[in-house]
Design a protein around this ligand. Structure first.
Ligand SMILES: N[C@@H](CCC(=O)N[C@@H](CS)C(=O)NCC(=O)O)C(=O)O
Length: 210
């Protein structure tokens, strides 16, 4: 498989999932440069994925899978024994899908994507930081109430996606201080070797620019 990624983008969650399942070792990680949309071989990524967004996963049969929530579930379902996705059809699976959708639409897009897009007017960025973020982060804290991770079964792909969001919050100047449970949750995730490894690797890659 090939994972198309940008360092410290939402594709970080897929990298974590691949390390959790052990398939990272058999995956080609293909970097896409955010500003030019070029890959390291000079090819325009939009010829691969017209959306120009990561993550995208090229399967061995040539199929291209896009959209983080689907990509994450595909990776996790390939190795159910890794235990990072509940079985299909169970209530836990629907909770997972609900969480992935919440993280994608309410946290990733409504907060981070808004703030990090240079074209967003300052007023809209302020609204995202001061009004939207506190409301949605409070909801994330509620989802965690009484749990170490978002699912009772333990670390899952929903946590991997939330980890990306919480990593980017300080970069987007979203204040996490009012939410101590989120800091503890973040540290719990970072204590996992797969998460620490993925984060360190992507920080290193990001040092070369975006
Ligand atoms: N709907 C997509 C959105 C993915 C997305 O926003 N990816 C960002 C990185 S976190 C990206 O590729 N941005 C580059 C761009 O939009 O040009 C998904 O859920 O996977």
């Amino acid at each position: 498989m090939d994972l198309y990624f940008m360092p410290l983008a939402c594709s970080l969650a897929t990298r974590i999932a691949l390390y959790e399942t052990g398939e990272g070792a058999h995956t080609r990680f293909r970097r896409v440069w955010f500003t030019t949309k070029l890959m390291d071989d000079g090819l325009d990524y939009r010829t691969v994925n017209p959306k120009g967004q990561v993550p995208a996963l090229r399967l061995d049969d040539g199929t291209l899978l896009t959209e983080g929530a689907a990509v994450l579930q595909y990776v996790a379902d390939r190795k159910p024994e890794a235990g990072i996705v509940p079985p299909q059809g169970t209530k836990e699976r629907y909770r997972l899908q609900s969480l992935l959708n919440f993280i994608a639409t309410e946290l990733h897009k409504l907060i981070l994507a808004q703030i990090l897009d240079p074209a967003t007017p300052e007023e809209a960025k302020r609204h995202a930081r001061e009004v939207v973020a506190p409301n949605r982060l409070a909801l994330l804290v509620r989802e965690l109430a009484g749990r170490d991770f978002l699912l009772d079964s333990g670390f899952s792909i929903a946590d991997a996606y939330a980890f990306f969001v919480l990593t980017l919050c300080p970069i987007a100047k979203v204040d996490l201080a009012p939410w101590p449970p989120l800091a503890a949750y973040y540290e719990r995730m970072k204590a996992r070797p797969t998460v620490a490894r993925a984060l360190a690797e992507e920080f290193e890659l990001a040092r070369a620019g975006v």
